[in-house]
Design a protein around this ligand. Structure first.
Ligand code: ADP
Length: 488
């Protein structure tokens, strides 16, 4: 399966498949081969405006449905999207490049948000609040915020969407979704699922564009949009937050990270080496905001650990996503490849040593894609850009440390605060370090990341708000207090 037969490339507005008003289109490329995969509508402000208007009209009835009715639609979408796992994974591998088995896993995980929030829709409780006046009653209810503009990135083309639209729809909001220009096909495939299960027109709209700023501007100035839900770079997040301030739009952002992966002397050795490889290289080739960005190893096991780690990294199979056995695919585009290489070469110039990889892969089957060799850097210092910036590629800088207190300080010494990991068998240390790390997620002897049931999001400049868990749906609701004086 290497063709796109499941989506037309048209946008999804008000329950219909439509071209951009301008008639413009753009091409989606396979990052592994450089080949054109599909042609997609290149929408603009006018298309976004229409979708927002339709979403605003649809809000009137969708928000008033009994929660269980919204829940039923999400359950149906969960079932159909689960049935479509292989087709959607095919689209992901074509436009994002990740290995097909990883893409299937992603869809399997992405649908979980539909399932989880189908349940949460029915558990949006209010409260009766005791009044200090006998004849007065106070109650609190939660209501949907209104039209949500969702902006999603390319690294998890399915998960980043369901993690936003599932709680939004469950809460009673309607949505205009703008997927990343690199990966619009998966988003259109998901829209098709919702269309086929009978989601009413206008409740979910998907608008695509090659020029996100223009649509983004419409989202920000349009008064019908009450909330912006965004996952992407910290840089764009800040820009959106500044602009959203004009109308005090609600925001929830999941942004960049600089995850420390801390290995203590007493860690379960083999499991920890495997976890480090998994969280650094086997998630979209390191292009995930929760990927380990700095590996800290305690001095007592540093040599042994690094040797085993390097050996495993050298054995990683890189290639195009449909090739059997491939676990690391290409980077999304040339810019990303160049940025990753710039960080590596700058570190090497400052004294780091690449003990695995160390540069792009250009020969033979790699010639047309954006491939980077899985890389391990040793002799790394905290001053190097590779430990300060988000790498977003298959490169692990390894640093050593002596004491628990020292590594906590070094791990926290960053403007980011999304994910962190620590590996140890000492229970006291588990609590001390987990509590001291200034991160929204701490994996203890675990590199699996967040789950549907846990609230996920960032401290500091890694974001605002939480996705998943029971908190995830609250991001799409306003709290209203009702004060009632009973008639005498
Ligand atoms: P990345 O570096 O992961 O591509 P970006 O923050 O650039 O992260 O992109 C994430 C999402 O934000 C994508 O859907 C992209 O189209 C969108 N985006 C980028 N710039 C803007 C902008 N100025 N306004 C609105 N959306 C934007």
């Amino acid at each position: 399966m290497t063709t796109v037969k499941d989506v037309s490339g048209q946008m999804y507005v008000n329950g219909q498949w439509v071209d951009a008003k301008s008639g413009k289109t753009f091409t989606v490329q396979n990052p592994a081969t450089g080949e054109a995969v599909a042609t997609v509508a290149d929408g603009g402000a006018e298309d976004a405006r229409l979708a927002i208007t339709r979403a605003s009209e649809a809000f009137k009835s969708w928000s008033r449905l009994a929660p269980v009715e919204r829940s039923r639609v999400l359950e149906k979408a969960f079932k159909l999207m689960t049935d479509r796992r292989d087709e959607l994974a095919n689209l992901i591998t074509l436009e994002n490049g990740k290995p097909i088995e990883e893409a299937k896993k992603e869809v399997g995980f992405a649908v979980g948000y539909l399932d989880w929030f189908a349940g949460e829709a029915r558990r949006v409780y209010g409260e009766m609040i005791p009044s200090h006046v006998a004849n007065r009653r106070l109650w609190m209810i939660r209501q949907p915020v209104g039209v949500v503009a969702a902006i999603t990135p390319w690294n998890f083309p399915a998960t980043m969407i369901t993690r936003k639209i599932a709680p939004a729809l469950a809460a009673g909001c309607t949505v205009v979704l703008k997927p990343a220009e690199q990966t619009p096909l998966t988003a259109l495939g998901i829209a098709k699922v919702f269309h086929e299960v009978g989601l009413p027109p206008g409740v979910l709209n998907v608008v695509t564009t090659l020029y996100p700023e223009e649509m983004g501007r419409e989202f920000l100035v349009n008064r019908h949009v009450r909330k912006i839900a965004f996952t992407g770079s910290t840089e764009v997040g800040k820009l959106l937050m500044r602009a959203a301030a004009d109308q005090l739009k609600r925001v929830s952002f999941e942004l960049g990270g600089n995850a420390p992966f801390i290995v203590f002397d007493d860690a379960d050795f083999d499991a920890t080496v495997d976890a480090a490889v998994a969280i650094k290289y086997l998630r979209v080739a390191g292009q995930s905001c929760i990927c380990a960005n700095r590996v800290y190893v305690q001095e007592g096991i540093a040599d042994r650990f690094t040797k085993a780690f390097v050996e495993k990294v050298k054995a990683i199979k890189v290639g195009t996503g449909f090739e059997p056995g491939v676990v690391v695919g290409p980077l999304i585009n040339k810019d990303t490849l160049e940025k990753v290489d710039r960080l590596v070469q700058a570190a090497v110039k400052q004294g780091a040593k690449a003990t695995a990889g160390g540069g792009p892969l250009k020969d033979g089957a790699f010639a047309k894609g954006n491939f980077y060799a899985p890389t391990v850097l040793q002799n790394v210092t905290e001053e190097m850009a590779v430990t300060r910036e988000e790498i977003f590629g298959p490169v692990a800088p390894v640093l050593t440390f002596r004491t628990e207190q020292e590594v906590i300080e070094r791990a926290n010494n960053t403007t980011y605060g999304l994910a962190s990991y620590l590996f140890t068998k000492d229970m006291g240390r588990v609590f001390r370090v987990a509590e001291a790390l200034e991160y929204g997620l701490v994996g203890v002897n675990d590199a699996g990341g967040y789950t549907h049931e846990t609230p996920f999001g960032g401290f500091k400049e890694s974001g605002i708000g939480r996705e998943g868990g029971k908190e995830g749906i609250e991001e799409y609701m306003e709290v209203k207090s009702v004060v009632v004086n009973l008639p005498k």
